[in-house]
Design a protein around this ligand. Structure first.
Ligand code: FES
Ligand code: FES
Length: 156
């Protein structure tokens, strides 16, 4: 039987300690153990970006990182960023530009976009490059880039 490992991390400002099987990925831990289902699971292989979260301030693929690897780390999910209002301008811009359809990619896309906004202004090509690891099957990306660009230039 798999040996569980006591793991403590701070998720959206709340310190949590759980016994976690070493094979459990961070996104599964967030969804199933903590009920934070805003982080989606698409490919489970680090390709689609649906599971994007922040660990110690850096965006990571929640399906590539084990929960036990996050021991001692600060983790931020879409729920925490939304509640903190950090995402409000982006969410408004996504809504106004119709930058989502089914919404499956949207949490990860917002996390990636917010990360980009922290780095100053970028060209449309640079925006596209930054979100190129976040797949969207619905929108064709144009509206997403429009929304990010608007916020980036203070017009969100
Ligand atoms: S589910 Fe993690 S990158 Fe696709
Ligand atoms: S809105 Fe459907 S995958 Fe992006």
């Amino acid at each position: 039987m798999e040996h569980a490992v006591e793991t403590t991390l701070t998720v959206n400002g709340t310190r949590v300690t759980r016994s976690v099987a070493p094979r459990v990925h961070l996104v599964d831990f967030l969804r199933e153990e903590l009920g934070l289902t805003g982080s989606h699971i698409g490919c489970e292989h680090g390709v689609c970006g649906a599971c994007t979260v922040r660990v110690n301030g850096e965006i990571v693929r929640g399906c590539l990182m084990l929960a036990v690897q996050a021991d001692g780390c600060t983790v931020e999910t879409i729920e925490g960023l939304s509640d903190s209002k950090e995402l409000a301008p982006l969410q408004k811009a996504f809504h106004e530009h119709n930058a989502l359809q089914c919404g499956f990619c949207t949490p990860g896309m917002l996390m990636a976009a917010q990360d980009l906004l922290r780095g100053g202004k970028k060209t449309r090509d640079e925006i596209r490059a930054h979100i190129s690891g976040n797949y969207c099957r619905c929108t064709g990306y144009q509206a997403i880039v429009d929304a990010i660009e608007k916020v980036m230039h203070g017009q969100g």
